[in-house]
Design a protein. Sequence first.
Length: 471
Amino acid sequence: MASQTTGSWWNDRLPIRAAWRSQLTNYPAPKNFNFWYFFGSLLLLVLATQLASGVFLAIHYQPNPDLAYWSVLLTMMRDTHWGWLIRYIHTTGATAFFVLLYLHMYRGIMYGSYKRPRELVWIFGVTIYLVLSAESVLGYLLPWGQMSYWGSTAVMNFATAIPGIGNDIATWLRGSFVVGLPTLNRFFVFHVFLIPFVLIAVILLHMIALHQVGSNNPDGIEIHDHRGKSGWPVDAVPFQPYFTVKDSVGVGVFLLIFFWFVFFAPQGGGVLIDKLNYTPANPIQTPPDIHPLWYFLPYYAVLRGIPEKFYGVLAFAFVFVMLFALPLLDRNPIRSIRYRSALYKLNVVVLPLVFVWMGFIASGSATEQNMVYGMHVTEVLYCTFWFLPYFNKPRPRWVTVAWFVVFEALIWLIDFWMFATHAHGWPLMVRTTWIPALYVAIVMLSALAWPRLAHDAPRLPERLTAGGLLH
């Protein structure tokens, strides 16, 4: 009796039971969740892992240029019990975070999870991506290795491209005119104390917005439109225990892969931890090739492909603008890729392939050929977003011709502008401009020759379908 009274006392003042029931045990989840819906829960697992491991690393870290490198390589890795394990969990977790986030965002794109009424869910999700990117950039400097130092220096220099106030912003971020003690202290404080709280706050907003409107599903059908006599959606099951059990399978598979890297390949062949970071930072010796972490390489291709720093930063920022604007670009009432046109499906498949291609180009040396290839593949990335309004509804032939002419003209105008600035040679530009031009021709000429390829499914199912593991 006393325990019941105590429980009631707590629940009257802090309704934990009610929150547990409404947000977990009684939360209606679409019953056809598939493989792609593992990644949200895995992201929460990795977040908890990163916060816990980061606390232990911060205890032994010394934010001083003379001590930072050795506090990582000696104090953490050799002198602290299990310090090597905690550090490798943290570095591998950073990579896992972005892998899972990219997959989670791509699932949202495939199934139209950014469309009404989930626009805020998507906007908060992209904001999480931005905040997490800032957290990663800030943490990259802390080991004070050679690549960390020069990579952070390059990032600071991009801020100088902002007209008028760029130099002041860069100086404020560094706390000096060069990357040094003030920079290391600021980055440490931001990485450990400020950004994690911002990240947690935005994640909470993301989850609140999601639970307010309900989860999307692979069919893109609103489950709340079909309710039984009790008011429960007929195509939904309680999240607990059905999907907590299902997610535990995904967690098990993920942990096997995760700890394989932690124990057997923590450096990832120089991908997870750059080989140059096993050399202390040397401000007077610039590495022959400065590059960011692998999950930022596609954006590095954008910045490196446009020699004018201001326009490069503008093109980089516009990628995030397009992500935020996705609910405005794609206003087709059909959500799921299952029922969209064949050419739309092609466009969605090309998007991650181009993103990976950009990363591969940026991982190479900074030759003129790689820069030009990076610029033209970036144009394809832009086209995948700019094509979305075309697929909003069936288009007459003259509209398709107009889109084709305008896109091809834009590509050639950009190339001519790059040549006019004497950034790249015209023969090289002509030899590589076929990349975006060919993609535009494939999509638009296919729509002209076979109009059915641009038509969505004529009918949508009224109830959820089983689908498949991946589809």
